[in-house]
Design a protein around this ligand. Structure first.
Ligand SMILES: Nc1ncnc2c1ncn2[C@@H]1O[C@H](COP(=O)(O)OP(=O)(O)OP(=O)(O)O)[C@@H](O)[C@H]1O
Ligand SMILES: [Mg+2]
Length: 224
C-alpha cells in the first residue's frame, strides 16, 4: 500500500478529507503501555469488523512495527509515518475505507507529541498505578489540553488487589475521565506481543482478552 508522501500542514481540529476516526496512545512516561494498548486495540477493533491502520511514531524502538513483523496476519497494517505526513496518511486511509487509525506515540518528551495530540480524535493516556507514572501525567495533560482535547486515562499493568489502583484512579479523576476497565499486569500481554499476536488471539478466553475487549467497547463509545 502506498501512503502519500507529501507534506501538508497539520490541519488541527478540522482536517478536510479525513473521515477515518483516530486514537493516539500517548504519554510522557516511557513504558506506560502505549504500544501494548495500540496493537491490542487495533486487533480488538478488527475483530469487531473495523479495518485498522496503526501509525508507529516511536522511531527509536518501533515496538508496533516489530510486533507486526512477527505477526502471521497481514492486518492491522502498521506504518512508520512521520508527523508531517500523518494528515496525508489519514486522508489516504479515509479514501481506502479504513475505519480506525491508531497512532502509537513516542516514549516521552518528543517534539511530535503536540502534533499527535492535535491530529488524533481521542487521546488515550495509559498510566501505571505508580508514583512516577502519576507524576508524569501533568505534562501529558498540558499537551493534550493545549491541543483542545480531553485526556482519557487507562490504568495500565495494574497488580492484583493493591490499594494503589483505586488511589491512582482517584488521582487521575482530577485531570480527566478514566476508563472503567483496568488493564491488569498479566504475562499474557508480553507473551502475545512476543508472538506477534494480541491477547484476544493468544488466549481468547483469558482475563487479559476480556479486559482488552471491554476497553475497546469503551473506546468505541468515545469515538462516536
Ligand atoms: N498490562 C501489562 N501487563 C504486563 N506487562 C505489560 C503490560 N503492559 C505493558 N507491559 C509490558 O511493559 C513494557 C512496556 O510496555 P509498552 O512497550 O507497551 O509501553 P510503551 O509506553 O509503549 O513504552 P515506550 O514509552 O518505551 O514506547 C513491555 O515490556 C510490555 O510487555
Ligand atoms: Mg511504545
Amino acid at each position: 500500500m502506498s501512503f502519500i508522501n507529501n507534506n501538508p500542514p497539520l490541519a488541527g481540529f478540522f482536517m478536510p478529507g479525513v473521515n477515518v476516526k483516530s486514537i493516539a496512545t500517548f504519554s510522557q512516561k516511557g513504558g506506560s503501555g502505549k504500544s501494548t494498548l495500540a496493537v491490542h486495540l487495533g486487533v480488538a477493533a478488527e475483530e469487531d469488523a473495523t479495518s485498522v491502520i496503526i501509525f508507529d511514531r516511536d522511531d527509536a524502538q518501533a515496538s508496533a512495527s516489530c510486533w507486526a513483523e512477527r505477526r502471521a496476519a497481514d492486518t492491522p497494517i502498521v506504518l512508520k509515518t512521520p508527523p508531517s505526513q500523518l494528515h496525508a496518511a489519514l486522508k489516504a486511509g479515509s479514501a481506502k475505507g479504513f475505519g480506525l487509525a491508531i497512532i502509537d506515540g513516542p516514549p516521552h518528551s518528543s517534539p511530535d507529541a503536540a502534533a499527535i495530540a492535535r491530529i488524533a480524535d481521542i487521546i488515550l493516556i495509559p498510566v501505571r498505578p505508580t508514583a512516577f507514572d502519576l507524576a508524569a501525567v501533568g505534562n501529558a495533560v498540558k499537551i493534550v489540553t493545549a491541543a483542545g482535547k480531553q485526556p482519557l486515562f487507562v490504568l495500565s499493568a495494574c497488580p492484583p488487589r493493591v490499594p494503589e489502583v483505586a488511589d491512582a484512579r482517584q488521582a487521575l479523576a482530577d485531570f480527566g475521565e478514566v476508563a472503567p476497565v483496568e488493564i491488569g499486569e498479566r504475562i499474557a500481554f508480553s507473551r502475545a506481543i512476543a508472538t506477534g499476536q494480541s491477547v484476544t488471539e493468544f488466549d481468547p478466553l483469558g482475563k487479559a482478552a476480556a479486559e482488552i475487549r471491554a476497553l475497546w467497547q469503551w473506546v468505541e463509545e468515545k469515538l462516536q
